[in-house]
Design a protein around this ligand. Structure first.
Ligand code: SAH
Ligand code: MG
Length: 952
């Protein structure tokens, strides 16, 4: 009587095992990673001691569990002795509340799993019709059917682990360590097979077969479905040596028709017993059959009489045999030399599926596991793309930060990250909203503040913030990121927090690996709380392969180590020295915050042989200037070009593994090239520039554009005062000064101050052009000056001007600097009138809605507004915040202040751009400055007349 394939047919107690599933497993099926358990330890007095004696009361740990699900939070009413019981109880309460009944048949405990493992193995073999099924194991059986003509269906035990998902699941239920240990999986299968009726296992070679031959008919069906290897198949794999000083290299595997392919693969490893082939799980892309193959070290799989039958794995002397690189790649413990190959029987194919694995595949798998790796690959730009420093829905390219963080955790074999979104409107929820339950338990949130403005809450929309927790597979917490930053959209909050966490990983892992620094225990910096022990435990393998490369300047293409993690070093090399600038200056330059669209190629050039390899190219690569989205040199290059110009520059060689990951065509050649001899050459063309979001919004929405309205606003005061001198603090590329030349005014001298050399250079160019033309008509302002300097420093050359303007500048500096500027300008520069403008935060929703017409209710993921109008903004103030700042300054420095604005009617919620006009009060005295020394910290950059244009 053959056992059925499914179900617990052979329970020890002689009854069919009930189809039970643990509450936790059910919750997991339903909610996956969105289910968030937190177990709290409680010390409890142990009674039944010796109450009469004055001994210190004994205590023990008991546990209480709370479970967060989308829209529902439950807490166990009592406590439990074991953590897992508390969790199961919490899960059960949640299921009861949600009215979910168990349906699936997942074993509820290791014993049941063990029974089912035994039943499943014998189910395969003892079923006479098994060879006619489409199970990939039949592909393996056909090898011996064909070769020897016997009909026992003999296969390596490893093939079972490779082909059957359910078996792997059962092994994990029996022993969670099976997740990380293919040898343990093998031994569990071995021990289960020993007990499986109808099959026999060979101790000498770890093969398994049916005890009786299958019928010729069944075998015929199998042979028809699965074609065999005729002749010989050659396929490339990667040899991953155990010794860290040896480099991975390409190896050609020869798979013959008369041997099982696993044996063929493992036999290409030196001095190993190829009959003990072991395979890892699949690595790389989810759909791939890429696995690591190795040969089991000499261990005994002791079959214990106990139900669990867990084997002993040798004598603990196996540490030194661990193949660190292979183990890191697969997240499983792999011993000795290993081979990475893409070979296997799948349900899709009718023959052995084989595909070359190149060195660049290998390096891409490694790269994919780094915090920024998948970002680079999703942008198809390994050498150029860097994880941006900020998230914006409008300009983000590639996989979203949340997806990147999830795949990072998955690939590091951690649990799915846990996102908790809080809104400031009095409730808290865990990400996702799948539950349609009336009994939604809504948690009160104590933080009813608007973190970003702190003003009257009623008018403001809901704000969201997102906490991220990273757990190990065993649910140990590694990291908790909680932030005070709030966002108007839930998805913005999630993506921004995800990005912060990714960036934290990127820089911390790099530091840990370069400097062997220690993580400080549970210290919260910038919202991060780290659990160093758990963290180091999970990343031990990472650090062991990236960490031990002390000196990094290796001159040959070696060291897999350090490499990729060092890429951000390149960010230090800021300026690109351009050669061969081609094309005429079109006058359209990318500015901070604008989107640049470029085409580029990156080639490896071998100096002496004058050979070049095209590593990476892209015909249309878009990125935002100023957000760290690309390597600095490239950004520096692009900002020196105008649209339609192209240029070349030479860059520092990237780490070897990045080069090999990009060189899909000739990774083989490149692995032998000496680094000394090579350089990286970029050729770049600027195709198009799209203005920053702020500018786009200001232009699209207002007529005349807001910047023009600001100019007109300033002109009103110039005329009113009959001003002859004007200074523009933070003049940027000179748009105000430039426009003033178009108005006939009383001005005799205009001055611009900025810290951006690039902006000033552009301002000089355009002022120069205008003044040159105007001078012919004799209507020009006699003097114009541009200074390079910070507006928080006083320069005596600009003392007591009639008008000072500071338009859309203060939000670009930190708040304390904005206050410092206020103090310096009103106490030292002392203009008669000072006009300060800055965005009105309360107006943003209107801007954002109008900037994206037709997208009122756009799905969360689509392009949309970001928190501030421009990424460079350090803050954006509400009206009351701005008025508070300005009134305080005015009082302190004996100025009066009035509020106004441009853009909109000024009614609720105020102007788009709010303006404060400060006037010096009559009583303030003129001598203040004269007494002091006369500081002149500013550098004169350009001056009209007698001006020569500054060079770049
Ligand atoms: N006023 C211009 C530019 C606004 S953009 C306009 O309305 O178009 C903000 C400008 O402030 C940038 O050009 C930036 O370089 C400048 N800036 C920021 N911090 C500064 C500082 N400490 N000193 C001088 N300029 C500064
Ligand atoms: Mg601004």
């Amino acid at each position: 009587m053959p056992l059925r394939l499914r179900g617990g047919g052979g329970s020890k107690r002689g009854m069919p095992a009930p189809p039970t599933t643990t509450p936790k497993a059910l919750v997991h099926q339903r909610f996956g990673a969105k289910a968030c358990y937190s177990v709290e330890e409680v010390r409890e007095a142990v009674d039944g001691g010796c109450p009469g004696l004055a001994l210190p009361q004994q205590t023990r740990s008991v546990y209480r569990c709370s479970l967060d699900l989308p829209g529902l939070t439950v807490v166990t009413p009592g406590t439990f002795l074991r953590k897992k019981d508390a969790e199961q109880a919490a899960a059960q309460i949640a299921l009861d509340k949600l009215g979910i009944q168990p349906t699936a048949t997942v074993p509820s405990n290791p014993e049941e799993a063990w029974d089912e493992l035994i039943a499943r193995i014998s189910g395969f073999f003892a079923d006479e019709n098994f060879p006619s099924s489409s199970h990939p194991l039949i592909g393996h059986m056909c090898v011996t059917f064909r070769r020897t003509g016997d009909r026992f269906g003999i296969i390596p035990l490893s093939a079972i682990a490779a082909c059957d998902v359910k078996i792997n699941t059962l092994c994990k239920l029996i022993d969670p360590k099976a997740e990380f240990d293919p040898l343990l999986v093998l031994s569990l299968i071995y021990n289960a097979a020993k007990k499986s009726p109808g099959v026999s296992v060979s101790d000498s070679n770890l093969w398994i077969q049916n005890q009786k031959p299958y019928s010729p008919e069944a075998v015929d069906v199998a042979l028809q479905r699965w074609s065999g290897i005729t002749d010989l198949i050659e396929v490339d794999g990667i040899y991953v040596p155990c010794a860290m000083e040896d480099e991975p290299k390409t190896i050609t595997l020869r798979l013959s028709h008369n041997e099982h392919y696993m044996v063929d693969i493992v036999s290409s490893l030196s001095a190993n017993d190829s009959s003990h082939a072991v395979v890892s799980r699949t690595v790389g892309k989810a759909s791939s059959e890429i696995r690591l193959y190795f040969s089991a070290p000499n261990v005994q799989f002791v079959s214990k009489a106990s139900n669990n039958g867990v084997s002993s794995l040798g004598d603990g002397n196996m540490e030194c045999l661990i193949n660190k690189r292979a183990s890191y790649i697969s997240g499983q413990t792999i011993y000795g030399d290993a081979i990475l190959a893409n070979v296997g029987y799948t349900r899709r194919d009718s023959e052995l599926h084989t595909e070359d694995v190149t060195l660049s595949t290998y390096y891409r798998i490694l790269l994919g596991k780094l915090p920024n790796g998948n970002y680079k690959m999703s942008r198809d730009s390994i050498l150029v793309a860097e994880l941006p420093s900020v998230y914006s829905r409008c300009s983000w390219k590639g996989l979203s930060p949340r997806d990147l963080l999830c795949s990072f955790c998955r690939l590091q074999r951690l649990a799915e990250p846990c996102f908790t979104v809080n809104t400031t409107s009095a409730y808290c929820k865990v990400l996702g909203s799948a539950v349609s339950s009336e009994e939604m338990e809504v948690r009160k949130n104590t933080e009813n503040q608007y973190a970003s403005d702190g003003s009257n809450g009623k008018e403001n929309p809901d704000m969201f913030k997102c906490e991220v927790k990273i757990y190990s597979k065993m649910q140990k917490i590694l990291l908790d990121y909680s932030t005070a930053d709030t966002w108007t959209k839930e998805s913005d909050a999630i993506h921004n927090s995800s990005l912060k966490v990714l960036i934290w990983f990127q820089s911390s892992l790099k530091q840990l690996n370069n400097h062997g620094q220690k993580l400080s225990p549970s210290k919260s910096t910038d919202g991060f709380t780290i659990y160093p022990d758990n963290f180091m435990h999970e990343f031990a393998m990472f650090l062991s392969i990236y960490g031990n490369t002390g000196g990094d300047e290796s001159s040959t293409c070696s060291t897999v180590g350090s490499v990729s993690m060092d890429t951000s070093e390149q960010k230090n090399e800021n300026n690109a020295i351009l050669t061969q600038i081609e094309g005429s200056d079109s006058g359209i330059f990318p500015t901070h915050g604008s989107l640049a669209c470029i085409s580029y190629t990156a080639s490896l050039v071998v100096k002496d042989k004058a050979k070049r390899y095209l590593l990476e190219s892209n015909n249309e690569f878009e990125f935002e200037i100023g957000t760290g989205t690309v390597r600095n040199q490239l950004e520096s290059c692009v900002t020196q070009l105008s649209v339609n110009q192209s240029a070349c520059f030479i860059a520092e060689l990237p780490p070897t593994d990045l080069i090999l990951a990009t060189a899909t065509k000739f990774s083989h050649d490149l692995s032998k090239i000496s680094r000394d001899n090579c350089c990286l050459e970029f050729s770049v063309k600027l195709l198009q520039v799209t203005e920053p979001l702020e500018d786009r919004m200001e232009k699209a929405l207002f007529n005349p554009p807001l910047s023009k309205q600001r100019v007109e606003f300033a002109v009103r005061y110039i005329n009113e005062l009959h001003a002859t001198t004007l200074v523009d603090f933070g003049c940027g590329s000179g748009s105000l000064l430039d426009s003033l030349l178009e108005h006939p005014t009383s001005l005799q001298k205009i001055v611009g101050v900025d810290i951006s050399r690039k902006g000033l250079t552009r301002a000089a160019k355009s002022l120069h052009q205008k003044l040159s033309r105007k001078s012919l008509m004799q209507t020009s302002v006699p003097t114009a000056v541009l200074y390079d300097g910070s507006i928080t420093d006083f320069d005596s050359r600009i003392y007591r001007y009639d008008i000072g303007t500071c338009l859309e500048v203060i939000e670009h500096v930190e708040e304390d600097q904005a206050s410092l500027f206020g103090d310096v300008v009103l106490s030292s520069f002392c203009p008669t009138v000072l006009i300060v403008s800055t965005p009105n935060y309360e107006y943003n929703p209107i801007l954002q809605r109008s900037a994206m017409p037709n997208k009122e209710e756009e799905p969360e993921e689509n392009a949309g507004p970001c928190k501030f109008r421009n990424h460079d903004h350090k803050f954006e103030w509400t009206r009351s915040q701005f008025q508070h700042w300005a009134t305080g300054l005015a009082e302190k420095h004996n100025y009066s202040v009035e509020f106004s604005g441009v853009g909109g009617s000024g009614e609720e919620p105020g102007y788009a751009s709010q303006i404060a006009v400060f006037r010096r009060m009559a009583s303030s005295q003129e001598e203040t400055c004269q007494d002091r020394e006369l500081p002149q910290p500013y550098e004169l950059l350009w001056e009209w007349p007698n001006a020569s244009l500054p060079s770049h």
